[in-house]
Design a protein around this ligand. Structure first.
Ligand SMILES: Nc1ncnc2c1ncn2[C@@H]1O[C@H](COP(=O)(O)OP(=O)(O)OP(=O)(O)O)[C@@H](O)[C@H]1O
Ligand SMILES: Nc1ncnc2c1ncn2[C@@H]1O[C@H](COP(=O)(O)OP(=O)(O)OP(=O)(O)O)[C@@H](O)[C@H]1O
Ligand SMILES: [Mg+2]
Ligand SMILES: [Mg+2]
Lengths: 224, 224
């Protein structure tokens, strides 16, 4: 479902050249839960941005559901949670979560119902009519998770979605995410700094080297 | 050095009233390393913002170094690391770190030297002339840590400073911070989601309840 074929990403040139990703080969199959771990600055967000057509590769090829990243983005094949919450300040929490359904001109009559259900999942039912700036850092991140899941995408890209959360909330959302994955067979690509979280959630863990980011090893997790 | 006397912080009114902090009494002595832990949305950032005069209390009194929070802010008594990096996009990394020294019209001739030393501490010597948008999430956060420390403040307020970092970088910076604290006897107020980090770094750990945020308990850590 996702294929990286000898992918490089280089920023800048000459003296200020930074090789963010070097010769990355990676295949993610449908229904897998793959975590990506590695040191700060090693290329994890860059990898996700390449999948999401937010950046072009410098060399090599990327396929998402058999299409170019651009086409997959236009077809809205996936939901994405960014490393920083990216909510619209002028929309309420509920309206922020409903946004993907509006944009897709979803025929669903239950747009509101879907959004409310997702907010309940992340523990923010009491804040539907609040504005993002009235929420704590972790609460804003949870709204952006609800938004990424609301249109039930078959592929989800998550860049350290639980980083701003305390351990209890994080563990609870880990379990919720695992439930969703088990029930719906979504494909998940999950960047995290927590090794234990990666091992808990994933069917495979991709370990990256420090810059220039290469894949150091891929660990298969035996799911019983 | 920091005193909270029956402090409340209430946002909104009527139906949309949120009690962020309820009847908080807290004293932090000079030279202490105090961590604040608690669930997402419980009031940790609010507590720090009250100390830093970014918000007024709804009830109660706050003293910082015997002054009002406003006076302590005008006198630049402390450095602060926010939950999200707050760098100036149009300044290089080095210039961002030098900023407090410029603002204080520091007589130090070695402004540049101080800034370079701090960047080296957080592992970003190679990125002095980069701009914030060229850095990863964790790298930007590390720049904001370097900036908070550069003018050697006697009080440091840190709101989840290492949240965006991988475990190795985080542990290394924990050790650096502990060294700095041991050598310079600074007072540190440190918000974290990691219980193990709080126990490792602190002389006392303040545990907060879920909203409305109250102090549930204060744990003394025996430092040998
Ligand atoms: N400007 C505001 N208006 C209304 N409510 C606010 C405002 N700022 C914060 N709050 C509320 O106050 C509560 C505490 O927020 P705070 O940011 O202190 O939480 P926190 O403990 O730092 O959370 P996190 O761990 O997620 O960063 C939250 O319920 C939040 O929604
Ligand atoms: N627009 C850009 N211009 C120049 N360099 C960039 C740009 N974007 C990213 N980089 C560099 O590419 C490298 C990888 O960045 P990336 O954001 O992918 O790291 P990361 O693994 O997500 O780090 P973190 O864990 O801190 O979020 C970093 O060294 C960064 O400075
Ligand atoms: Mg990143
Ligand atoms: Mg906070």
């Amino acid at each position: 479902i996702i294929e990286f074929d000898q992918v490089w990403k280089i920023f800048g040139a000459g003296e200020s050249e930074t090789i963010a990703l070097q010769n990355v080969d990676l295949t993610v199959e449908t229904g897998e839960f793959v975590s990506i771990i590695g040191p700060s600055g090693c290329g994890k967000s860059t990898l996700l941005r390449l999948i999401a057509d937010l950046l072009p590769p410098s060399k090599g090829d990327i396929r998402v559901n058999g299409k170019t990243p651009r086409q997959a983005r236009l077809d809205r094949d996936y939901g994405m949670v960014f490393q920083a919450p990216t909510l619209y300040e002028w929309r309420t929490v509920l309206k922020n979560v409903e946004l993907p359904l509006e944009v897709m001109r979803s025929a669903r009559e239950d747009k509101r119902g879907r959004a409310v259900k997702m907010l309940d999942l992340v523990g923010l039912s009491d804040f539907q009519n609040h504005y993002p700036r009235q929420l704590s850092g972790g609460m804003q991140q949870r709204v952006s998770i609800a938004r990424a899941l609301v249109f039930e995408p078959t592929l989800i890209l998550m860049d350290e979605p639980f980083g701003a959360l305390d351990e209890f909330t994080r563990e609870r959302l880990n379990l919720e995410l695992l439930d969703i994955w088990a029930e719906t067979h979504k494909t998940v690509i999950f960047v995290t700094h927590s090794i234990s979280e990666a091992v808990f959630l994933s069917s495979r863990v991709v370990v990256m080297t420090p810059r220039p980011g290469k894949i150091a090893r891929i660990i298969d997790i035996d799911l019983s």
